[in-house]
Design a protein around this ligand. Structure first.
Ligand code: PLP
Length: 372
C-alpha cells in the first residue's frame, strides 16, 4: 500500500470552532521541536503564563495551558475542586451545562440543576433561589458563552451572587476568552477553563485554565485524593511552576505551545478590548446582512454572542445540502445545530482571526447563493 501526504484545502472556518489559524501562528507551529525541559522552552512557557494572565485578566499564579482540549479543562476544574458528597449548583442552558452535570455525577457529588431555556442566558433569579435553598452548596458552575445556542450569560452577576453565598465559581470560558468581556479577578471567578481553538485562533488541543488562590486552597485542603492522575493540578504545577526546578509530569505539546505563544502575542498586540470590539463590530455587520436575507436569530439581541451566531434554518432549505454547498463552492464551513437545535439551526462562528469583514461579506454572499 502507498500513502500520500494529507494536504487539506484552505477553508474559511465559520463554524463553532476551530476558527481560522493565521499564517503567523502556523509558521510558529512549524519551528524546530526542542526538548520540553530545554531552558529556552521553559522561558517561553513562562511567557505563555503571563500572556494567559493578560487574556483572562487575572493575577492568578495558577494560570497554565493544559495539554488537552477544552473538555479536559472542564474535567480538571471539577476533578480538582469537587469531592464526593459535595453539592454543586450547575446551570444548564445548552449542551455544555449538561456536560458539567455529568462531571459532577461521575465524581460522586450532588448536582443541583438550574435549567434555563435553550437559546437564552442563564436566568439569574433561578440561580439566586437555588443558592438560597441550598446554603450547603460549595460551588456554582455555569457556561459563560454557550456555543450550542449562541447565548451569553451574565458572568459578573452570577459570580457576585455566588460570593454572597460563600460559593466558589467554576466557569466555562471556552468560547468567551478573547471574544467578549471577561474579567477573572474583577468578577471574582475561582476556576475557569477555555480552549485554544475559538477566539484565540490557535490550533485545537490545549486548554488554558486559571484557579484563584481560594480555589488553590480548596485543592490543597482536600480530604480525598484527586481521582485523575493526569489532571491532578498539584502535580501539573510542578511542571508549569515559574520558580525552582521543573519536574517532568508529561511531555508537553511543544510545537502547539509555540503556536499558542504566537496567538497570544497577536491578541496582546491587538489589545483585549480591541479584540472584543472587533468581534462585536463584525457580528453587527453579519446580523444586518442576515436580516436582509430574512434569516432569524435564535437568541434575543441583548443575550447574543457576537462570536457565535445561531440562526434558524430558513423554511424549505435543506440543512446538510446547504452546508455542503458552502464547503464545495466557497470553501466555507458553517456549523450545524447541536442537541435540541440539531436540524433546526445553523451556527455561524466569528471567532478570533475569522472575525473580519471579508469573511462576513463572503458568508453573506455564499448563503444568498446557496439559498437561491
Ligand atoms: N465548552 C464549550 C462552551 C465548548 O464550546 C466546547 C467545545 O466546543 C467545550 C466546552 C469542549 O471543548 P473541546 O471540544 O476543546 O474539548
Amino acid at each position: 500500500m502507498t500513502f500520500k501526504s494529507f494536504n487539506p484545502p484552505e477553508r474559511i472556518l465559520m463554524g463553532p470552532g476551530p476558527s481560522d489559524v493565521s499564517a503567523r501562528v502556523r509558521s510558529a507551529l512549524s519551528r524546530p521541536t526542542i526538548g520540553h525541559l530545554d531552558p529556552l522552552f521553559i522561558n517561553m512557557m513562562d511567557e505563555v503564563k503571563t500572556l494567559l494572565q493578560y487574556a483572562f485578566q487575572t493575577k492568578n499564579e495558577f494560570t497554565i495551558a493544559l495539554s488537552a482540549p477544552g473538555s479536559a479543562g472542564m474535567e480538571a476544574c471539577f476533578v480538582n475542586l469537587v469531592e464526593p458528597g459535595d453539592k454543586v449548583i450547575v446551570c444548564r442552558n445548552g449542551v455544555f451545562g449538561d456536560r458539567m452535570i455529568e462531571n459532577v455525577i461521575r465524581l460522586g457529588a450532588e448536582a443541583v440543576v438550574v435549567d434555563s431555556p435553550w437559546g437564552r442566558a442563564v436566568e439569574t433569579h433561578k440561580v439566586k433561589a437555588a443558592l438560597h435553598d441550598h446554603p450547603d452548596a460549595k460551588f456554582l458552575a455555569f457556561v459563560h458563552a454557550e456555543t450550542s445556542t449562541g447565548a451569553v450569560s451574565d458572568a459578573k452577576t452570577l459570580c457576585q451572587m455566588a460570593q454572597e453565598h460563600g460559593c466558589l465559581t467554576i466557569v466555562d470560558a471556552v468560547t468567551s476568552l478573547g471574544g467578549i468581556e471577561l474579567r477573572v479577578d474583577e468578577w471574582g471567578i475561582d476556576a475557569i477553563y477555555s480552549g485554544t481553538q475559538k477566539c484565540i485562533s490557535c490550533v485545537p488541543g490545549m486548554s488554558p485554565i486559571s484557579f484563584s488562590p481560594k480555589a488553590v486552597a480548596v485543592v490543597q485542603n482536600r480530604k480525598t485524593k484527586i481521582q485523575s492522575w493526569f489532571l491532578d493540578q498539584t502535580l501539573v504545577m510542578g511542571y508549569w511552576s515559574g520558580k525552582g526546578k521543573r519536574t517532568y509530569h508529561h511531555t508537553a505539546p511543544v510545537n502547539s505551545l509555540y503556536a499558542l505563544h504566537e496567538a497570544l502575542i497577536i491578541l496582546h498586540e491587538e489589545g483585549l478590548e480591541n479584540s472584543w470590539a472587533r468581534h462585536r463590530a463584525q457580528h453587527q455587520v453579519l446580523a444586518k446582512g442576515l436580516k436582509e436575507l430574512g434569516i432569524e436569530f435564535i437568541v434575543p439581541e441583548e443575550e447574543r454572542l457576537p462570536q457565535l451566531n445561531a440562526i434558524y434554518i430558513p423554511d424549505g432549505a435543506d440543512d446538510a445540502k446547504v452546508r455542503n454547498y458552502l464547503l464545495e463552492h466557497y470553501n466555507l464551513e458553517i456549523g450545524a445545530g447541536l442537541g435540541a437545535f440539531a436540524g433546526k439551526a445553523w451556527r455561524i462562528g466569528l471567532m478570533g482571526h475569522t472575525a473580519k469583514s471579508e469573511n462576513v461579506a463572503l458568508c453573506l454572499t455564499a448563503l444568498k447563493d446557496a439559498l437561491n
